[in-house]
Design a protein around this ligand. Structure first.
Ligand code: GLC
Length: 568
């Protein structure tokens, strides 16, 4: 990264909108483009630079739009293409950019490509998806006849039988999300043409859904390999065959050449990459290689988990430091980090890593925000995070809407697990925690809809809402505003070199950022235990404050206190 000529997104902050839960404008209980257009002042006030819009394309909504049946349209549920054009223009006139979600590892099973592919074994598009006969020696439909033993990321086998042809198709996610076959050059060209069409329309880039899964490790004879068995499931872990597969860099470089080359100046590309390592991320984000600008990695959001996301463990702060520290170091010279706590797939950070009890909710939300936003990388704010939204108090399994949660519960029951234990884990980890409507005000449905919201509004919205925070300088919202402004104003925040301090301390997260003779010292107490600063970091005592989350900073680092200081 040349500090004299850094790309625009090094000092940018991205805001993610999950449209069905952001703002409803027509009273059907589902958020829409009209609603987003009504709320742009909120984004301008916050000061964010980019809006990443989760999918609004036509879709049967089996996975809330991550199952697309038409890449070049807008689902009537969300509005019209004219409104999307209006959104692009409205954002651009406010100096913001629009990044679309690109979901091309798979389509919906209702996409015309898949319908044509499924129509017959000799269809011209048969090879656009992963069709395979039953495993040798098994009749189709018999247990164990699936072509590989892979478990779907949404539970159960990753293969679905098509009774008409007797063959199976691959779906790494839900059965309604068949995987596209990127080995086929026609598939790639169709995807690139669609991407160019959106860029020509004025969008400013893409967030690429599970993009490191598009290359599968397939043998020359078309054979796919079984993975190691997953205890208690009868299935295997196929991830070695599809996470950063053999042709992934080739495909992304080709995409870059065919879609972005010549126009990249003002664009942003971020690849969502479960399981990506720092070493791989260096390659993906090295500008000289022409792949993507940055990746979403998953290491830090896996630190509170055992064998699966439903096996919840307490986060050890030292593990977080080791992980973030490695990513900061690994992408210091080449490449770039993205920074996030929350998105539509993660439970709310204040409940998960902070303390959402009334006493510490505001302080822990602002502490976590400070910690993250002072790292080197591009921060992503997920809707509602900026007002300290917390997990939802789910009472029963019927309260969940997410396909991942619903499938998990069903599979866990078949496996004989205790329903109360399974529900307790879902309450903490379900993606629906992130998907309850944004809390705009204290009225009945929080100002989200005049109808019945598709997922209930969190009952805490009477107190926790944007209206209550907008003019309160001590609010979570005001703190996010200050953090975002600081990144814009201070090149040290955007580009400064990162150095971890106190790597073994269980509660205090501290680091420096340095650029051109200026150094910032960041100290965050990620606990409710107070600490004397003079014991921990004498250099912090008396250092001028750049930004803090509690009034009247003194000698003691109070519970969940965060300070950004000028270091001498
Ligand atoms: C990504 C999305 C998630 C979706 C999955 C399948 O992880 O963020 O919401 O369910 O891909 O498209």
């Amino acid at each position: 990264m040349d500090p004299n000529n850094p790309p625009w997104w090094t000092s940018a902050v991205v805001y993610q909108v999950y449209p069905r839960s952001f703002q409803d404008s027509d009273g059907d209980g589902v958020g829409d483009l009209g609603g987003i257009l009504q709320r742009l002042d909120h984004l301008s006030d916050l000061g964010v630079d980019v809006l990443w819009l989760s999918p609004v394309y036509p879709s049967p909504q089996a996975d809330n739009g991550y199952d697309i049946s038409d890449y070049q349209g807008i689902d009537p549920l969300f509005g019209t293409l004219d409104q999307l054009d209006e959104l692009i223009a409205a954002l651009h006139s406010r100096g913001m950019r629009l990044v679309m979600d690109l979901v091309v590892n798979h389509t919906s099973d209702e996409h015309p490509w898949f319908l044509e592919s499924r129509a017959s074994k000799t269809s011209g598009k048969r090879d656009w998806y992963w069709w395979r006969p039953p495993r040798g020696g098994f009749g189709s439909g018999h247990p164990g006849a699936e072509p590989t033993n892979w478990q779907s990321i949404f539970s159960g086998p990753a293969w679905e039988l098509d009774a008409a042809s007797g063959e199976y198709y691959l779906h790494l996610f839900a059965a309604k999300q068949p995987d596209l076959n990127w080995e086929n050059p026609e598939v790639r060209q169709a995807v690139y043409a669609m991407m160019r069409w959106w860029l020509d329309r004025g969008v400013d880039g893409f967030r690429m859904d599970v993009i490191n899964m598009i290359s599968k490790d397939v043998a020359a004879d078309g054979h796919l390999h079984d993975g190691p068995p997953i205890p208690g499931t009868g299935l295997g872990d196929g991830s070695a065959s599809y996470i950063c597969g053999p042709r992934i860099h080739e495909f992304l470089q080709e995409m870059h050449r065919d879609v972005f080359a010549g126009r990249d100046a003002a664009l942003l590309t971020v690849g969502e990459m479960p399981g990506v390592t720092v070493e791989q991320a260096q390659l993906f984000t090295d500008p000289a290689r022409g792949e993507v600008d940055m990746v979403f990695q998953f290491e830090h959001v896996g630190l509170d988990q055992g064998t699966s996301k439903w096996d919840v463990r307490p986060l050890r702060l030292v593990d977080l430091k080791a992980s973030f520290g490695r990513w900061q170091a690994g992408l210091a010279e080449v490449g770039w980090n993205s920074l996030y706590w929350d998105n539509h797939d993660q439970p709310r950070a204040v409940s998960r890593f902070g303390d959402d009890s009334p006493r510490y909710r505001r302080d822990s939300a602002t502490c976590l925000a400070t910690l993250l936003h002072l790292h080197r990388g591009t921060p992503y704010v997920y809707q509602g995070e900026e007002i300290g939204m917390a997990n939802y108090p789910f009472a029963s399994v019927d309260d969940f809407r997410d396909v991942e949660s619903i499938n998990h519960f069903a599979a866990a029951m078949v496996a004989g697990q205790d329903p109360a234990t399974v529900l307790a884990a879902m309450r903490r980890m379900s993606r629906d925690n992130a998907r309850t409507p944004v809390q705009w005000d204290a009225t009945e449905h929080a100002g989200f809809t005049s109808g019945t919201p598709w997922l209930p509004v969190n009952p805490d919205h009477d107190e926790w809402n944007a209206a209550a925070q907008r003019h309160d300088g001590s609010s979570v919202l005001a703190h996010y505003r200050r953090l975002i402004a600081l990144r814009h104003e201070n090149p040290v925040v955007a580009l400064g070199a990162f150095a971890m301090l106190l790597p073994h301390h269980d509660h205090v997260y501290a680091f420096t950022r340095a650029l051109g003779g200026q150094t910032l010292l960041v100290v965050c107490n990620v606990s409710s235990t107070p600490y004397a600063l003079s014991d921990l970091l004498p250099q912090a005592v008396g250092a001028p404050l750049v930004l803090g989350n509690l009034p009247d900073p003194g000698q003691t680092l109070r519970p969940w206190e965060a300070r950004v200081l000028h270091a001498s």
